[in-house]
Design a binder for this molecule. Structure first.
Ligand code: GLV
Ligand code: MN
Ligand code: MN
Length: 424
Protein backbone atom coordinates (compact mmCIF):
# COMPACT_ATOMS: atom_id res chain seq x y z
CA UNK A 1 0.00 0.00 0.00
CA UNK A 2 1.40 3.41 -0.95
CA UNK A 3 0.64 6.12 1.61
CA UNK A 4 1.61 9.28 -0.22
CA UNK A 5 2.20 12.22 2.07
CA UNK A 6 -0.53 14.65 1.22
CA UNK A 7 -0.03 18.37 1.82
CA UNK A 8 -3.66 18.55 3.00
CA UNK A 9 -3.65 16.14 5.88
CA UNK A 10 -3.85 14.64 8.59
CA UNK A 11 -7.63 14.55 8.92
CA UNK A 12 -8.25 11.09 10.43
CA UNK A 13 -7.95 12.25 14.03
CA UNK A 14 -10.13 15.32 13.37
CA UNK A 15 -12.87 13.09 11.95
CA UNK A 16 -12.81 10.74 14.94
CA UNK A 17 -12.71 13.64 17.41
CA UNK A 18 -15.68 15.32 15.74
CA UNK A 19 -17.64 12.05 15.72
CA UNK A 20 -17.01 11.82 19.48
CA UNK A 21 -18.05 15.45 20.00
CA UNK A 22 -21.23 15.01 17.94
CA UNK A 23 -22.12 11.86 19.89
CA UNK A 24 -22.42 13.98 23.05
CA UNK A 25 -25.72 15.33 21.69
CA UNK A 26 -27.93 12.43 22.66
CA UNK A 27 -31.53 11.75 23.68
CA UNK A 28 -30.28 9.25 26.28
CA UNK A 29 -27.77 9.16 29.11
CA UNK A 30 -24.75 6.93 28.65
CA UNK A 31 -25.23 6.19 24.95
CA UNK A 32 -26.07 7.69 21.57
CA UNK A 33 -29.67 8.07 20.44
CA UNK A 34 -30.40 10.96 18.10
CA UNK A 35 -33.98 10.81 16.86
CA UNK A 36 -35.40 13.21 14.31
CA UNK A 37 -36.14 16.75 15.60
CA UNK A 38 -35.39 16.11 19.26
CA UNK A 39 -33.32 18.75 21.12
CA UNK A 40 -30.21 16.57 20.69
CA UNK A 41 -30.90 16.29 16.97
CA UNK A 42 -31.27 20.08 16.64
CA UNK A 43 -28.00 20.57 18.53
CA UNK A 44 -26.23 18.10 16.22
CA UNK A 45 -27.68 19.93 13.22
CA UNK A 46 -26.38 23.29 14.52
CA UNK A 47 -22.95 21.79 15.21
CA UNK A 48 -22.70 20.39 11.70
CA UNK A 49 -23.70 23.76 10.23
CA UNK A 50 -20.97 25.45 12.31
CA UNK A 51 -18.32 22.97 11.16
CA UNK A 52 -19.38 23.39 7.53
CA UNK A 53 -19.10 27.17 7.82
CA UNK A 54 -15.70 26.89 9.48
CA UNK A 55 -14.57 24.67 6.59
CA UNK A 56 -15.42 27.43 4.10
CA UNK A 57 -18.87 26.36 2.94
CA UNK A 58 -22.08 28.33 2.48
CA UNK A 59 -24.70 26.58 4.59
CA UNK A 60 -28.45 26.27 4.24
CA UNK A 61 -30.99 24.24 6.20
CA UNK A 62 -33.92 22.98 4.18
CA UNK A 63 -37.58 22.33 4.98
CA UNK A 64 -36.99 18.83 6.39
CA UNK A 65 -33.91 19.85 8.40
CA UNK A 66 -31.13 18.76 6.08
CA UNK A 67 -27.93 20.77 6.62
CA UNK A 68 -26.39 21.48 3.23
CA UNK A 69 -22.95 23.00 2.83
CA UNK A 70 -21.70 24.20 -0.53
CA UNK A 71 -18.04 24.56 -1.44
CA UNK A 72 -18.47 26.82 -4.43
CA UNK A 73 -16.78 25.96 -7.71
CA UNK A 74 -13.69 27.73 -8.90
CA UNK A 75 -15.04 31.10 -10.18
CA UNK A 76 -13.21 30.48 -13.46
CA UNK A 77 -15.77 27.76 -14.25
CA UNK A 78 -18.53 30.34 -14.53
CA UNK A 79 -22.27 30.11 -13.99
CA UNK A 80 -22.80 26.74 -15.63
CA UNK A 81 -21.13 24.73 -12.85
CA UNK A 82 -23.07 21.69 -11.75
CA UNK A 83 -23.06 20.08 -8.31
CA UNK A 84 -21.34 16.93 -7.14
CA UNK A 85 -23.21 15.97 -4.00
CA UNK A 86 -22.16 13.82 -1.06
CA UNK A 87 -23.47 13.24 2.44
CA UNK A 88 -25.16 10.87 4.82
CA UNK A 89 -27.47 11.00 7.84
CA UNK A 90 -26.92 12.37 11.33
CA UNK A 91 -29.89 10.73 13.06
CA UNK A 92 -29.17 7.39 14.72
CA UNK A 93 -30.85 4.21 15.83
CA UNK A 94 -31.55 3.78 19.55
CA UNK A 95 -28.23 3.34 21.39
CA UNK A 96 -26.36 3.31 18.08
CA UNK A 97 -22.81 3.90 16.93
CA UNK A 98 -21.18 7.27 16.34
CA UNK A 99 -19.95 6.61 12.78
CA UNK A 100 -23.09 5.26 11.09
CA UNK A 101 -24.11 8.12 8.78
CA UNK A 102 -21.98 10.75 10.50
CA UNK A 103 -18.72 9.58 8.92
CA UNK A 104 -20.20 10.45 5.52
CA UNK A 105 -20.72 14.06 6.65
CA UNK A 106 -17.67 14.68 8.81
CA UNK A 107 -15.17 13.22 6.36
CA UNK A 108 -16.11 15.37 3.36
CA UNK A 109 -16.43 18.48 5.55
CA UNK A 110 -12.91 17.86 6.87
CA UNK A 111 -11.74 17.37 3.30
CA UNK A 112 -13.31 20.68 2.24
CA UNK A 113 -11.67 22.44 5.17
CA UNK A 114 -8.28 21.12 4.02
CA UNK A 115 -8.88 22.02 0.36
CA UNK A 116 -10.01 25.49 1.36
CA UNK A 117 -7.02 26.02 3.64
CA UNK A 118 -4.72 25.01 0.78
CA UNK A 119 -6.53 27.37 -1.61
CA UNK A 120 -7.68 24.52 -3.85
CA UNK A 121 -11.00 25.05 -5.65
CA UNK A 122 -12.82 22.38 -7.62
CA UNK A 123 -14.22 22.79 -11.15
CA UNK A 124 -17.75 22.05 -9.86
CA UNK A 125 -19.84 22.97 -6.85
CA UNK A 126 -19.31 20.40 -4.14
CA UNK A 127 -22.16 19.98 -1.66
CA UNK A 128 -22.15 18.03 1.59
CA UNK A 129 -25.56 17.07 2.95
CA UNK A 130 -26.17 16.16 6.57
CA UNK A 131 -29.41 14.23 6.05
CA UNK A 132 -31.75 14.82 8.97
CA UNK A 133 -33.52 11.45 8.98
CA UNK A 134 -32.67 8.04 7.58
CA UNK A 135 -33.14 5.50 10.35
CA UNK A 136 -36.91 5.75 10.84
CA UNK A 137 -36.58 5.72 14.63
CA UNK A 138 -39.11 8.38 15.61
CA UNK A 139 -41.83 8.30 12.92
CA UNK A 140 -41.13 4.95 11.17
CA UNK A 141 -40.29 7.02 8.11
CA UNK A 142 -36.86 5.92 6.96
CA UNK A 143 -35.23 7.95 4.16
CA UNK A 144 -37.47 10.90 5.03
CA UNK A 145 -34.71 13.48 4.47
CA UNK A 146 -33.36 12.06 1.23
CA UNK A 147 -36.90 11.56 -0.09
CA UNK A 148 -37.45 15.33 0.22
CA UNK A 149 -34.19 16.13 -1.57
CA UNK A 150 -34.93 13.56 -4.27
CA UNK A 151 -38.43 15.00 -4.87
CA UNK A 152 -40.13 11.83 -3.59
CA UNK A 153 -41.65 13.05 -0.36
CA UNK A 154 -44.97 11.37 0.42
CA UNK A 155 -47.30 13.91 2.14
CA UNK A 156 -49.24 11.03 3.75
CA UNK A 157 -46.23 10.65 6.08
CA UNK A 158 -47.16 13.96 7.75
CA UNK A 159 -49.88 12.06 9.63
CA UNK A 160 -47.48 9.49 11.09
CA UNK A 161 -47.26 9.84 14.86
CA UNK A 162 -44.35 9.13 17.20
CA UNK A 163 -44.64 7.08 20.40
CA UNK A 164 -46.08 10.13 22.21
CA UNK A 165 -48.76 10.75 19.57
CA UNK A 166 -47.01 13.79 18.06
CA UNK A 167 -47.45 13.73 14.29
CA UNK A 168 -44.71 14.58 11.85
CA UNK A 169 -46.85 17.56 10.75
CA UNK A 170 -46.96 18.87 14.33
CA UNK A 171 -43.24 18.30 14.89
CA UNK A 172 -42.36 20.19 11.71
CA UNK A 173 -44.78 23.03 12.50
CA UNK A 174 -43.09 23.51 15.89
CA UNK A 175 -39.57 23.08 14.52
CA UNK A 176 -38.84 26.55 13.18
CA UNK A 177 -37.66 24.93 9.96
CA UNK A 178 -38.42 26.82 6.74
CA UNK A 179 -41.97 26.14 5.56
CA UNK A 180 -43.10 24.81 8.97
CA UNK A 181 -44.00 21.43 7.47
CA UNK A 182 -46.07 22.80 4.57
CA UNK A 183 -46.28 20.42 1.65
CA UNK A 184 -45.29 23.13 -0.84
CA UNK A 185 -42.08 23.91 1.06
CA UNK A 186 -41.22 20.21 1.33
CA UNK A 187 -41.78 19.78 -2.39
CA UNK A 188 -39.76 22.93 -3.19
CA UNK A 189 -36.78 21.54 -1.26
CA UNK A 190 -36.25 18.95 -4.00
CA UNK A 191 -33.05 19.29 -6.00
CA UNK A 192 -33.20 19.61 -9.78
CA UNK A 193 -31.57 16.41 -11.10
CA UNK A 194 -30.26 18.36 -14.11
CA UNK A 195 -28.10 20.42 -11.73
CA UNK A 196 -26.27 17.33 -10.43
CA UNK A 197 -23.24 15.40 -11.61
CA UNK A 198 -24.19 12.63 -9.21
CA UNK A 199 -24.20 11.62 -5.55
CA UNK A 200 -21.45 9.77 -3.69
CA UNK A 201 -21.62 8.58 -0.08
CA UNK A 202 -18.89 7.55 2.32
CA UNK A 203 -20.16 5.13 4.98
CA UNK A 204 -18.81 2.72 7.53
CA UNK A 205 -19.34 -0.76 6.10
CA UNK A 206 -21.43 -1.92 9.09
CA UNK A 207 -20.40 -5.50 8.45
CA UNK A 208 -17.33 -7.77 8.59
CA UNK A 209 -16.41 -8.21 4.90
CA UNK A 210 -13.59 -5.64 4.61
CA UNK A 211 -12.27 -6.63 8.02
CA UNK A 212 -12.11 -10.30 7.00
CA UNK A 213 -10.34 -9.44 3.75
CA UNK A 214 -7.84 -7.20 5.53
CA UNK A 215 -8.90 -4.22 3.42
CA UNK A 216 -9.47 -0.67 4.66
CA UNK A 217 -11.83 0.48 1.88
CA UNK A 218 -14.28 -0.94 -0.63
CA UNK A 219 -16.45 0.24 -3.49
CA UNK A 220 -20.15 -0.60 -3.26
CA UNK A 221 -21.83 -2.33 -6.19
CA UNK A 222 -25.46 -2.08 -5.10
CA UNK A 223 -27.61 -1.44 -2.04
CA UNK A 224 -30.04 -4.18 -1.04
CA UNK A 225 -33.73 -3.37 -1.26
CA UNK A 226 -35.70 -3.50 1.97
CA UNK A 227 -39.29 -3.70 3.13
CA UNK A 228 -40.48 -2.90 6.60
CA UNK A 229 -43.82 -3.98 8.06
CA UNK A 230 -45.81 -3.55 11.22
CA UNK A 231 -47.83 -6.65 12.17
CA UNK A 232 -50.68 -6.55 14.67
CA UNK A 233 -51.94 -9.90 15.99
CA UNK A 234 -55.33 -9.83 17.70
CA UNK A 235 -56.24 -12.55 20.18
CA UNK A 236 -58.49 -12.66 23.23
CA UNK A 237 -57.59 -11.60 26.76
CA UNK A 238 -58.57 -14.16 29.35
CA UNK A 239 -57.46 -15.50 32.70
CA UNK A 240 -53.98 -17.04 32.78
CA UNK A 241 -54.95 -19.48 35.55
CA UNK A 242 -58.33 -20.72 34.37
CA UNK A 243 -58.22 -20.82 30.57
CA UNK A 244 -57.22 -24.31 29.32
CA UNK A 245 -54.31 -24.36 26.89
CA UNK A 246 -56.58 -25.69 24.13
CA UNK A 247 -59.05 -22.80 24.45
CA UNK A 248 -56.69 -19.83 24.24
CA UNK A 249 -56.33 -17.15 21.60
CA UNK A 250 -52.87 -16.07 22.69
CA UNK A 251 -51.57 -13.23 20.48
CA UNK A 252 -47.99 -13.48 21.84
CA UNK A 253 -47.73 -17.24 21.24
CA UNK A 254 -49.00 -16.71 17.68
CA UNK A 255 -46.49 -13.90 17.17
CA UNK A 256 -43.70 -16.17 18.41
CA UNK A 257 -44.61 -18.69 15.71
CA UNK A 258 -44.65 -15.87 13.13
CA UNK A 259 -41.20 -14.63 14.21
CA UNK A 260 -39.81 -18.14 13.74
CA UNK A 261 -41.43 -18.28 10.31
CA UNK A 262 -39.54 -15.08 9.32
CA UNK A 263 -36.28 -16.60 10.56
CA UNK A 264 -36.89 -19.95 8.82
CA UNK A 265 -37.98 -18.47 5.44
CA UNK A 266 -35.22 -15.87 5.29
CA UNK A 267 -32.64 -18.49 6.19
CA UNK A 268 -33.32 -20.32 2.92
CA UNK A 269 -31.52 -17.92 0.53
CA UNK A 270 -27.98 -16.61 1.19
CA UNK A 271 -28.65 -12.94 0.30
CA UNK A 272 -32.03 -12.79 2.06
CA UNK A 273 -32.32 -11.49 5.64
CA UNK A 274 -35.34 -10.99 7.90
CA UNK A 275 -35.47 -9.33 11.31
CA UNK A 276 -38.10 -8.76 13.97
CA UNK A 277 -36.53 -5.92 15.94
CA UNK A 278 -39.56 -4.75 17.89
CA UNK A 279 -42.04 -7.02 19.65
CA UNK A 280 -44.59 -5.81 22.15
CA UNK A 281 -47.60 -7.00 24.12
CA UNK A 282 -49.35 -3.64 24.60
CA UNK A 283 -50.94 -3.31 28.03
CA UNK A 284 -49.90 -6.86 28.87
CA UNK A 285 -50.09 -8.34 32.37
CA UNK A 286 -48.33 -11.41 33.69
CA UNK A 287 -51.62 -13.10 34.59
CA UNK A 288 -53.59 -12.27 31.43
CA UNK A 289 -53.38 -14.12 28.14
CA UNK A 290 -52.16 -11.52 25.59
CA UNK A 291 -55.01 -10.00 23.59
CA UNK A 292 -52.65 -8.18 21.27
CA UNK A 293 -49.10 -8.45 20.03
CA UNK A 294 -47.40 -5.95 17.71
CA UNK A 295 -44.13 -6.57 15.94
CA UNK A 296 -41.96 -5.08 13.22
CA UNK A 297 -40.55 -7.04 10.28
CA UNK A 298 -37.59 -5.93 8.18
CA UNK A 299 -36.92 -8.05 5.09
CA UNK A 300 -34.05 -7.40 2.68
CA UNK A 301 -32.30 -9.01 -0.26
CA UNK A 302 -29.86 -8.06 -2.97
CA UNK A 303 -32.47 -8.91 -5.60
CA UNK A 304 -35.96 -7.44 -5.46
CA UNK A 305 -37.55 -10.65 -6.80
CA UNK A 306 -36.02 -12.70 -3.94
CA UNK A 307 -37.30 -10.18 -1.38
CA UNK A 308 -40.77 -10.04 -2.91
CA UNK A 309 -41.04 -13.86 -3.07
CA UNK A 310 -40.08 -14.10 0.61
CA UNK A 311 -42.58 -11.40 1.54
CA UNK A 312 -45.38 -13.22 -0.31
CA UNK A 313 -44.59 -16.47 1.53
CA UNK A 314 -44.26 -14.78 4.93
CA UNK A 315 -47.50 -12.81 4.55
CA UNK A 316 -49.36 -16.00 3.53
CA UNK A 317 -47.70 -17.88 6.40
CA UNK A 318 -48.72 -15.25 8.97
CA UNK A 319 -52.32 -15.40 7.78
CA UNK A 320 -52.27 -19.20 7.95
CA UNK A 321 -50.90 -19.17 11.52
CA UNK A 322 -53.55 -16.63 12.56
CA UNK A 323 -56.33 -18.67 10.95
CA UNK A 324 -55.25 -21.96 12.52
CA UNK A 325 -55.19 -20.29 15.94
CA UNK A 326 -58.47 -18.39 15.42
CA UNK A 327 -56.85 -14.93 15.70
CA UNK A 328 -56.67 -11.86 13.48
CA UNK A 329 -53.49 -10.53 11.87
CA UNK A 330 -53.19 -7.13 10.17
CA UNK A 331 -50.02 -6.48 8.18
CA UNK A 332 -49.09 -2.89 7.29
CA UNK A 333 -46.28 -2.26 4.82
CA UNK A 334 -44.31 0.70 6.23
CA UNK A 335 -41.47 1.39 3.79
CA UNK A 336 -40.61 -0.54 0.68
CA UNK A 337 -37.39 0.55 -1.04
CA UNK A 338 -36.12 -1.29 -4.06
CA UNK A 339 -32.57 -2.37 -4.69
CA UNK A 340 -30.34 0.50 -5.83
CA UNK A 341 -27.47 -0.29 -8.22
CA UNK A 342 -24.41 1.98 -8.10
CA UNK A 343 -23.23 3.64 -11.32
CA UNK A 344 -20.28 1.91 -12.94
CA UNK A 345 -18.71 5.18 -14.17
CA UNK A 346 -18.56 6.55 -10.61
CA UNK A 347 -17.47 3.21 -9.09
CA UNK A 348 -14.63 3.07 -11.60
CA UNK A 349 -13.40 6.51 -10.54
CA UNK A 350 -13.18 5.35 -6.92
CA UNK A 351 -11.54 2.12 -8.16
CA UNK A 352 -8.94 4.05 -10.16
CA UNK A 353 -8.00 6.17 -7.13
CA UNK A 354 -7.65 3.08 -4.94
CA UNK A 355 -5.46 1.31 -7.50
CA UNK A 356 -3.27 4.38 -7.94
CA UNK A 357 -2.52 4.16 -4.23
CA UNK A 358 -1.65 0.47 -4.52
CA UNK A 359 -4.89 -0.58 -2.82
CA UNK A 360 -7.33 -3.27 -3.95
CA UNK A 361 -10.31 -1.84 -5.82
CA UNK A 362 -12.44 -4.31 -3.88
CA UNK A 363 -16.16 -4.29 -4.69
CA UNK A 364 -18.92 -5.44 -2.38
CA UNK A 365 -22.71 -5.08 -2.09
CA UNK A 366 -24.35 -3.23 0.80
CA UNK A 367 -26.85 -5.09 2.95
CA UNK A 368 -27.60 -1.91 4.93
CA UNK A 369 -29.81 0.86 3.57
CA UNK A 370 -28.31 4.28 2.80
CA UNK A 371 -29.37 7.78 1.72
CA UNK A 372 -27.74 6.94 -1.62
CA UNK A 373 -30.66 4.55 -2.26
CA UNK A 374 -33.15 7.40 -2.41
CA UNK A 375 -30.73 9.69 -4.25
CA UNK A 376 -30.31 6.94 -6.85
CA UNK A 377 -33.94 7.57 -7.85
CA UNK A 378 -32.84 10.97 -9.21
CA UNK A 379 -29.15 10.72 -10.09
CA UNK A 380 -26.23 8.31 -10.46
CA UNK A 381 -24.71 7.22 -7.15
CA UNK A 382 -21.64 5.49 -5.76
CA UNK A 383 -20.47 4.60 -2.26
CA UNK A 384 -17.11 4.19 -0.58
CA UNK A 385 -17.16 1.81 2.39
CA UNK A 386 -14.72 2.17 5.27
CA UNK A 387 -13.70 -0.89 7.31
CA UNK A 388 -15.63 -1.48 10.53
CA UNK A 389 -13.71 -2.75 13.57
CA UNK A 390 -14.92 -4.95 16.45
CA UNK A 391 -15.92 -7.81 14.16
CA UNK A 392 -17.90 -5.49 11.90
CA UNK A 393 -20.59 -4.71 14.46
CA UNK A 394 -22.87 -1.71 13.83
CA UNK A 395 -26.18 -0.32 15.15
CA UNK A 396 -24.41 -0.86 18.44
CA UNK A 397 -22.23 1.40 20.62
CA UNK A 398 -19.33 -0.99 19.86
CA UNK A 399 -19.26 0.24 16.24
CA UNK A 400 -15.78 1.58 15.48
CA UNK A 401 -13.21 2.58 12.86
CA UNK A 402 -9.51 3.35 13.16
CA UNK A 403 -7.86 6.75 12.77
CA UNK A 404 -5.68 5.27 10.00
CA UNK A 405 -8.69 4.07 8.03
CA UNK A 406 -10.41 7.45 8.40
CA UNK A 407 -7.22 9.12 7.24
CA UNK A 408 -6.88 6.84 4.24
CA UNK A 409 -10.55 7.29 3.32
CA UNK A 410 -10.07 11.08 3.47
CA UNK A 411 -7.00 10.88 1.22
CA UNK A 412 -8.84 8.67 -1.27
CA UNK A 413 -11.79 11.06 -1.20
CA UNK A 414 -9.50 14.03 -1.90
CA UNK A 415 -8.02 12.16 -4.87
CA UNK A 416 -11.50 11.26 -6.09
CA UNK A 417 -12.64 14.89 -5.93
CA UNK A 418 -9.52 16.25 -7.61
CA UNK A 419 -9.65 13.73 -10.46
CA UNK A 420 -13.43 13.63 -10.81
CA UNK A 421 -14.57 13.49 -14.41
CA UNK A 422 -18.25 14.23 -15.13
CA UNK A 423 -20.13 11.62 -17.10
CA UNK A 424 -19.36 12.14 -20.78
C1 GLV B 1 -30.14 1.76 8.02
O1 GLV B 1 -29.26 1.83 8.84
C2 GLV B 1 -30.69 0.48 7.71
O2 GLV B 1 -30.09 -0.23 6.87
O3 GLV B 1 -31.67 0.08 8.34
MN1 MN C 1 -28.02 2.87 10.41
MN1 MN D 1 -26.28 4.66 7.97
Amino acid sequence: MTRSASPLLPLGQTILDQAAALARFSDMEGGLTCAYLTPAHRAAQAQLAAWMEAAGMQVRIDAIGNVIGRYAADPAVGDGARVLMTGSHFDTVRNGGRYDGRLGILLPVAVVGALNAAGIRLPYHFEVVGFAEEEGLRFKTSFLASSVLAGRFDPALLDRADADGVTLREALAASGLPGAGGVDALRAAAVDPASLHGFVEVHIEQGPVLLHHGLPLGVVTQIAGSSRFQVRVEGLASHAGTTPMTLRKDAAAAAAEMVLLVEQRCGQVPTLVGTVGQLQVPNGSSNVIPAECVFSMDIRAGEDSIREAAIADIVAGIQAIAERRGLGAAIERVTPVNNAPCARWLMDQFGAVLKKRGLDAFELPSGAGHDAMMMQRMTDVAMLFVRCGNGGISHNPLETITTDDAQLAAEVFVDFLRHFQPRA
